[in-house]
Design a protein around this ligand. Structure first.
Ligand SMILES: [Zn+2]
Ligand SMILES: [Zn+2]
Length: 253
């Protein structure tokens, strides 16, 4: 595993070095990208990535299927408000679309050249404004076993792109859990129950914490992280992710 990680790192380094000398190409269609573009993404592909936009639930950030009307609390939050104060994301997660491709390539295939693209979305003005209200940032942690397998924590790499104070190991994953992918909402909730602990509560007491992750799917993981942070004395938790899974039947635009 370590050797594989090293090989991948070298390959990424080589890719970065080549990038420096050759014109950058769009990661999706291969078109040349303007030299000063923030990410290897051409304008046509950029336009194909739907942004998270109103109408949504102001609390949990859930996107409404009917794209009319103002922001309003969703039925889920009215019934049982989440432990976090608010959740927002930059782009809509499309499993077969560009956002899904970028996240999967980055996370599961160690294609680090997708990181600037993800941070480009994460640092859009709406996300920066949302993050600015917090005192410090905490990435959703990986269990040490998963960290060894993957070689990096994607949430930490993403959080590093945001301005603000980053506490990289205040929150830890105490239990190795199976991947959430493919699990039902109930199974996801069970899977991450009591899987997190705050190692340095004195650092987060009374603070507004920004929890950072790559994708918000059912919110099971960030709910559980929020509970741990609040129990350790955080004043509030806000959740920021690059992408957000929309409800079935959702059509952007
Ligand atoms: Zn393109
Ligand atoms: Zn809601």
């Amino acid at each position: 595993m370590l050797l594989a990680a090293l090989r991948d790192s070298l390959r990424n380094l080589a890719a970065y070095t080549l990038d420096f000398f050759l014109p950058r190409l769009c990661l999706f269609c291969g078109e040349a990208v303007a030299p000063r573009a923030p990410a290897a993404l051409c304008p046509a592909c950029e336009a194909r990535v739907p942004r998270v936009q109103s109408p949504m639930c102001p609390r949990c950030g859930r996107l409404f299927i009917h794209r009319q009307g103002p922001d309003r609390p969703c039925g889920w939050c009215l019934k049982e408000p989440p432990p976090f104060a608010a959740a927002r994301a930059a782009v809509v997660y499309e499993e077969e679309g560009l956002s899904g491709q970028a996240i999967k390539q980055f996370k599961y295939h160690r294609r680090l050249e997708y990181l600037p693209l993800l941070t480009h979305w994460l640092t859009e003005p709406a996300c920066l404004g949302f993050a600015a209200a917090c005192d410090l940032m905490v990435p959703v942690p990986l269990h040490v076993r998963r960290l060894r397998e993957r070689g990096f924590n994607q949430a930490l790499l993403l959080a590093r792109a945001l301005p603000g104070r980053l506490l990289r190991d205040a929150l830890v994953r105490t239990r190795h859990t199976q991947p959430q992918t493919g699990l039902s909402p109930t199974a996801r909730r069970e899977n991450v129950r009591r899987a997190f602990a705050v190692r340095r509560p004195e650092m987060i007491q009374g603070k507004s914490v920004l929890l950072v992750d790559d994708v918000y799917t059912t919110g099971a993981t960030v709910r559980e992280c929020s509970r741990a942070l609040l129990a350790a004395g955080a004043r509030e938790v806000r959740v920021l992710t690059v992408a957000r899974v929309a409800p079935p039947g959702f059509r952007a635009g």
